[in-house]
Design a binder for this molecule. Sequence first.
Ligand code: HQG
Length: 180
Amino acid sequence: MNEKQKKSISKFLSLILRHQPEVIGVTLDENGWTDVDELIAKMNASGHRLSFDELEEVVDTDDKQRYAFSPDGNKIRASQGHSVDISLGLDPTAPPEYLYHGTVSKFLDSIRKEGLQRMSRQHLHLSRDKDTAVTVGSRRGNPVILNISSGQMHRDGFLFYISDNGVWLTDHVPAKYINF
Ligand code: HQG
């Protein structure tokens, strides 16, 4: 497969495993897993041709390691980014003193008022490094990087999680913890 084909499959997997599994008639369990054989069969039945080896290649080479197989290899899920209501089953983890969020200037008035919200996803996404935040913000235009006092939030009782692919997750960042 070339990079374009892999990206196209990865985007479709993101739709199915994070947002709309019903598009091809699969279901996600309460932790977001779905059966690998059934996923492949239903993707093929809906015209999205994919072999097991190709799925494995997409999962293994994904630039953000977005997808993971279960330890026995029978199931697959997205490691984060869901809009459907599932629990990743992650343990709360102490964050570094500061984390970053990449956004764009048109959202800043709203963010100053109500803090950072998770919007349509299950969690708000934060990163340990600024470069990742720049990449995330750049999806929408000129990136604006917000520095978050995550250590202070943690000491104040807010919960943080780290996904299997290294994305920091929390529910909400009140404006007072954002260093604009
Ligand atoms: C903004 C991609 C107004 C927030 C990326 C963001 C990431 C507010 C947008 C992952 C707000 C939500 C997630 C408020 C937050 N008022 N706007 N109060 N609070 N926002 O896509 O973080 O490639 O749900 O700044 O790389 O951009 O898909 O979140 O601009 O890791 O794997 O509302 O998605 O990963 O947008 O991106 P999103 P995000 P993948």
